[in-house]
Write a protein that binds this ligand. Sequence first.
Ligand SMILES: Nc1ncnc2c1ncn2[C@@H]1O[C@H](COP(=O)(O)OP(=O)(O)O)[C@@H](O)[C@H]1O
Ligand SMILES: [Mg+2]
Length: 393
Amino acid sequence: MTDTASAGTLTRRGLFPAEPGRRAGEPATAKRSVARLPAGTPSIVAGQAGSVRFEGIGKTYDAAGGKGAAAGVRALHGIDIEVPAGRIFGIIGRSGAGKSSLLRLVNRLESPTEGRILVDGEDIAAFGEDALVALRRRVGMIFQHFNLLSAKTVRENVALPLLVAGVSRPEIDRRVDEVLRLVGLEGKHDDYPSRLSGGQKQRVGIARALVSGPEILLCDEATSALDPETTLQILALLKDINRRLGLTIILITHEMSVIREICDRVLVLDRGEVAETGAVWEVFGDPRHAATKALLQPLARGLPEDLASRLRPERDRRAGEEAIVELRYDGRTEPDLLALARPFGAVRLIDAALDRIEGHTHGRLVLAAALAPGEELPDLAALGRDAKVLGYV
Ligand SMILES: Nc1ncnc2c1ncn2[C@@H]1O[C@H](COP(=O)(O)OP(=O)(O)O)[C@@H](O)[C@H]1O
Ligand SMILES: [Mg+2]
C-alpha cells in the first residue's frame, strides 16, 4: 500500500487541504457551485457528510419502445435504507436484482419513480443544474470495465473531471499527482490504459473518482473483472481510502466474499426488494432470506469428502468409535476450547472454518469425539446451542 499519510495534504475528511472558509471535506471545486445553490436549499449538516437515505424508493423503467400501455420493468420497490456516513455499505443480489438501478439513483444518473433520496439530508430531486453538478463532484463512481479513455494517458484520464470543472492547470497537476500516489500509480502518469493491467486500470478509475474530492464513492462491480489476487488488492485500497479519508463507499457485488472482506453493512436485494439488511456479521451469522442463503452457498463448506464417505448415521454400540460433532458460531459466541474438550475422554478437532468479521467469530468446527464400546454420548447442549452429531465413524 502506498504511504500517502506522509504527503501531508491527506486529511481524515477529504483529499485536499481546506482553503480558508472551506469546511474540511468539502471539495474545493464544489465551492462555486454551492455558492450558486438556489436560496432556501439547506446546507449540508456538518459531521454527517456522506450519508444517503432511500425513502420508499420504487423504480419502473418504461417498456422497451416506450409503447404507452405496455407495462414497464419494475426494477425496485419499497426500498427504505439508510447508508451511514463514512461506512462501507455493500449491496448484493443476483443479476437483475436492481443493484445498479439503486446505485445510479445516488448521483441521479437515474431518478426514482416513487420515493426520495436524501444525500446529507438533502432531497436530491430538488436539485437544479448547478446543485446537480456539485452533487456529482461529491459522489464519485467506479465501474466494472473501468470506463477509461483509451486515447488518453493515465494523467489525462484522471485530470478530465477537473478540466471539465475549470480547475486551474497547477491545481490539476497537484491533485492528479496526489491521487495517483494514493492509488499506487506513481510513475504511470504518461502510460496509456492499454499498457496497464486490470488492477492498474481500476486504480486509474479510482484516482479519477477521487480527484474531485468526493464524500461518497459508488462502486458498481468494481472487482468483478479482476482475478482473485488483484481483487484483494483493490479491496484493500478501497478500505484504506475509506479509513483514511472517511469516505462513504457504496459497493455493489455479486460475491459474498467481497462483502465479507470489506463491508460494515450489507443490503441483500432480491427482485428489486430488500431481502434483508444489517451488520455484515449478523447477516452472515444468521442469514434469514432464501436469496441470502443462496448467495452465501459458495462460502459454505461441506464435510470433508474422506469423512463424509465413511460417516454412518447410527451408532454401533459394540465397537469403539468416534462421534462427529458439528458446532456452529453465529457471531454471538466464540469457541471455548476447554469447554469443548471437557465432556469427552478424547477429542480431536478435525475441520474448522471460522471467520472473524468486525470482532465477531462465525463459522463451523467439526470435532471427532472418542466413544468407548457402550459409552453414552455426553449431553452436547453444554457445548453450544447448535451442537449436533453429524454421524459416527
Ligand atoms: N435502462 C433500463 N431500461 C429498462 N430496463 C432496465 C434498465 N436498466 C435496468 N433495467 C432492468 O431493471 C432490472 C434491474 O436491473 P439492474 O439494476 O441492472 O440489476 P443488477 O445490477 O442487480 O443486475 C432488470 O430487469 C433490468 O433488465
Ligand atoms: Mg448491475
